[in-house]
Design a protein around this ligand. Structure first.
Ligand code: ATP
Ligand code: HMH
Length: 267
């Protein structure tokens, strides 16, 4: 059985985030990866030097090409840049009836460069979140989507509830941005219960693309037919290994190590 996953996202020339992180993660998890590019970024470990969005038609046509021939067992979205691209993507997801959809609501790169126009946040809420099986906001993204200020674990839970009310079936609020403490805690809400995914916080500056990699791993596992809980557990182990075994490349915030999880399975 060949499992297939499609990522609809931006290109990171530095190879650590975006489409590149997604395809590497799919491959590591033994899932055939396909891509529809939304934008090309000139980017490296020091920051984003340029952003060149594609037209909504170009995005829609790539998805059409994949959907009418290869098909996809699961789909994820990353950087979508504009309200027009979001609408085009939502229409195609509906057309192909893709219900295993992971929405990573990418807004701002780690260095502060905007990857989603401010006015597109409401389009994300209106058109795409209601189609999402899973959404994976980090803390600032969850704040932007809900209007809440998130400080405590209870705040995170409240944000998860609000996003569930907006139509997301499973909400994962990632804890990577919570710098306090020895642990990183990601919270999963399924509409009735909360589940914590906790790991040791690794003290490193090489965390470029952690969010993309994490959501791609969830998507790959969903493509195989795993439950959301199983998929999030594997994704947490995948990103933990990828952060722990850093590659140490580039002069800034380096990429994570996409082959570390596989190595850990064979050691
Ligand atoms: N220092 C760390 N140690 C261990 N796990 C981490 C660390 N930083 C992030 N993570 C984990 O990585 C995953 C992604 O979380 P994070 O909040 O960093 O996403 P993000 O901000 O969307 O990432 P990015 O914008 O770089 O793609 C989560 O599972 C989180 O717990
Ligand atoms: C293309 C792209 N997508 C997502 C992110 C978020 O990490 C990034 N830095 N670049």
């Amino acid at each position: 059985m060949v499992y297939k996953a499609l990522t609809i996202a931006g290109s990171d020339s530095g190879g650590g985030a975006g489409i590149q992180a997604d395809l590497k993660t799919f491959q590591e998890l033994h899932v055939f990866g396909m891509s529809a590019l939304t934008a090309v970024t000139a980017q490296n470990t020091l920051g984003v030097q340029g952003v060149y969005p594609l037209s909504p038609e170009a995005v829609a046509q790539q998805i059409e090409s994949v959907g009418t021939d290869l098909g996809a067992d699961a789909v994820k979205t990353g950087m979508l840049f504009s309200a027009e691209i979001i609408k085009a993507v939502a229409a195609k997801v509906k057309q192909f009836g893709w219900d295993r959809l992971v929405v990573d609501p990418v807004m701002i790169a780690k260095g502060g460069a905007p990857l989603l126009q401010e006015e597109a946040v409401s389009a994300l809420k209106t058109y795409l979140l209601p189609l999402a099986m899973v959404a994976t906001p980090n803390i600032p993204e969850a704040e932007a989507l809900t209007g809440l200020e998130i400080r405590t674990i209870d705040d995170r839970k409240e944000a998860a509830k609000r996003l569930h009310e907006q139509g997301v079936k499973y909400v994962v609020i990632k804890g990577g941005h919570d710098d306090d403490g020895e642990e990183t805690v990601d919270i999963l809400y399924d509409g009735s219960e909360f589940f914590d995914f906790t790991s040791k916080r690794i003290n490193t500056k090489h965390t470029h693309g952690t969010g993309c990699t994490f959501s791609a791993a969830i998507t790959a596992e969903l493509a195989k037919g795993k439950t959301v809980q199983e998929a999030v557990q594997t994704a947490k182990s995948f990103i933990q290994a990828a952060i722990e075994h850093e590659l140490g490349i580039g002069h800034g915030h380096g990429p994570t190590n996409h082959w570390a999880y596989r190595d850990s399975q064979t050691r």
